[in-house]
Design a protein around this ligand. Structure first.
Ligand SMILES: [Zn+2]
Ligand SMILES: [Zn+2]
Length: 224
């Protein structure tokens, strides 16, 4: 269309003008009877086209403009938008804190978790455990103790030892004791994991964190 000019849209009237121009764009078929002789009395069909072309880089502004001019959307666009709305309403489970959240609520600081593995403070090698494996182990030991005490009551010494054993797992990130039950906050605050995050991947990151591996080695060395 000839020369192009870049304009920043400070004056709202410009937008209103463009909108009106865009809405009055059309393709219309009209019949013409001017050349009857040449066309053997058949009406010639002439397409009258009036075009407006808008180039919008920002997806939000594009959507805004489409809404403003009531532009017909393709089925694919409508389906994509519906899928996006469905996703926004669907609670996602965070692999870091095991809580559910909505994507639009995922802000900095809402996710409280530990980002390191667990170590057994009673073992000489400070045996390394995964977070979930350590909790499962504590629950298993608790169940076994209850089972045993039902047939053979525990002595006070045994009870005391069991209580001590329960405290042996610590998170490497903060040395907090791992609790088998109840709501336990973490030492880190951040965003929840993304919807496609996998628990196995998160655990791998916790288990292989270089800083925490070094921290564990230092702890071992101070005890030799
Ligand atoms: Zn921690
Ligand atoms: Zn979370």
């Amino acid at each position: 269309m000839g020369r192009s000019t870049n304009l920043s849209l400070i004056n709202h009237n410009v937008y209103t003008y463009i909108k009106d121009k865009f809405q009055s764009a059309y393709i219309q078929s009209s019949t013409s009877n001017n050349n009857n002789d040449e066309n053997d009395n058949k009406d010639a069909i002439v397409n009258e086209e009036k075009w407006s072309v808008m180039v919008i880089r920002d997806p939000f502004l594009l959507r805004q403009f489409c809404d403003d001019v009531a532009f017909t959307r393709s089925i694919r666009e409508i389906e994509e938008e519906e899928a996006e709305i469905r996703r926004a309403d669907q609670p996602v489970r965070c692999v870091q804190c095991s809580d559910y959240y909505l994507v639009q609520d995922n802000k900095m600081g809402v996710c409280v978790h530990h980002d390191g593995f667990v170590y057994d403070n009673h073992s000489i090698t400070l045996a390394q455990w995964g977070q979930h494996a350590a909790i499962a182990q504590l629950l298993k030991e608790e169940a076994e103790a209850i089972k045993q005490s039902s047939t053979n009551p525990l002595t006070p010494e045994q009870k005391e030892r069991l209580e001590r054993e329960k405290q042996r797992f610590k998170y490497i990130c903060c040395n907090q004791t791992v609790q088998a039950s109840g709501m336990v906050g973490g030492c880190k605050r951040g965003k929840h994991s993304l919807a496609d995050a996998k628990l196995i991947q998160w655990e791998y990151e916790c288990d292989h964190n270089r800083d925490y591996q070094d921290k564990r080695l230092n702890l071992i060395q101070t005890r030799i």
